[in-house]
Design a protein around this ligand. Structure first.
Ligand code: NDP
Length: 251
């Protein structure tokens, strides 16, 4: 792998301010890509990350944009195209949880999770594929899904459905745009050390770790490495696939 394998390329990462999205944004920038990211509330974190990306010698663009909103998502993508001159990669990463057993889950918790995680990925994909299809070398989309969408998880009917939906979106879109050299894949992650995972109490955490064959949570650096591989020319012959990175949890 060359150090600057993404030199001159442009990427969008949704939900870049924290956790996995931040790690992927920084790794893409380290490898030479211009990086645009959006966020929901974390304006200060966004400013800091934008400066960090620019310090790596590439362009950065950041703006508040709710991925659940179709028009705003299209406007964000159009602005990135204007700023960077094109779009090569999209990482649909923005996601939320609102866990609750279905009998106690409120309709708004179902809607918020489906709208953010699934419709958000659809919104950004729809807006970004046209510029990607016009590229001579195509492009690549990576959807950040979860093993919750593969095997289901207690208390996550909304989240599991959204993440399973992303897998369907991945496969369908991969078939639609393969002829234009645009690949679409999903990462089904297990537990990764981020704010999202820090909500677990110690007892539950130990219980989960005991079930992970590799005996630990994954790190955001590991996810960023896998994401960069999936977007890179090394993965050009992989499309419509779900790559599980979960320490062996959901074999
Ligand atoms: P975090 O909660 O740490 O970060 C979520 C990011 O998404 C933040 O940047 C947040 O912005 C942004 N975001 C949330 N809602 C919206 C929205 N409506 N519009 C735009 N941006 C939004 O999450 P993680 O890094 O842990 O997770 C990232 C992805 O990985 C998610 O899709 C998650 O489902 C998936 N995943 C995570 C796992 C884990 O163990 N951590 C396991 C499996 C999958 P802001 O800072 O402004 O709130």
């Amino acid at each position: 792998m060359s150090e600057k394998q993404f030199n001159g390329r442009s990427a969008i990462v949704t939900g870049g301010t924290r956790g996995i999205g931040k790690a992927i944004s920084l790794e893409l920038a380290r490898r030479g890509a211009n990086v645009a990211f959006n966020y929901s509330k974390s304006a200060d974190e966004a400013e800091r990350l934008k400066a960090e990306i620019e310090a790596l010698g590439v362009k950065a663009y950041a703006a508040q944009c709710d991925v659940a909103r179709t028009v705003a998502s299209a406007e964000f993508v159009a602005k990135v195209k204007e700023e960077f001159g094109g779009i090569d990669y999209l990482v649909n990463n923005a996601g939320i949880t609102r866990d609750q057993l279905i009998l106690r889950m409120k309709e708004e918790d179902w809607d918020a999770v489906i709208d953010t995680n699934l419709k958000g990925a659809w919104n950004f994909s729809k807006a970004a594929i046209r510029p990607m299809m016009r590229n001579e070398n195509g492009g690549s989309i990576l959807n950040i899904s979860s093993i919750s969408g593969v095997v289901g998880m207690l208390g996550q009917s909304n989240y599991s459905a959204s993440k399973a939906g992303m897998i369907g979106l991945t496969k369908s879109l991969a078939k639609e745009i393969a002829s234009r050299k645009v690949t679409v894949n999903a990462l089904a992650l297990g537990l990764i050390e981020t704010d999202m995972a820090s909500g677990m109490n110690d007892e539950y955490r130990e219980k989960i770790i005991a079930q992970i064959p590799l005996g630990r949570l994954g790190s955001v650096a590991e996810v960023a490495d896998i994401a960069c591989f999936m977007l890179s020319p090394s993965a050009a012959y992989i499309t419509g696939q779900v790559i599980q990175a979960d320490g062996g949890l959901a074999m």
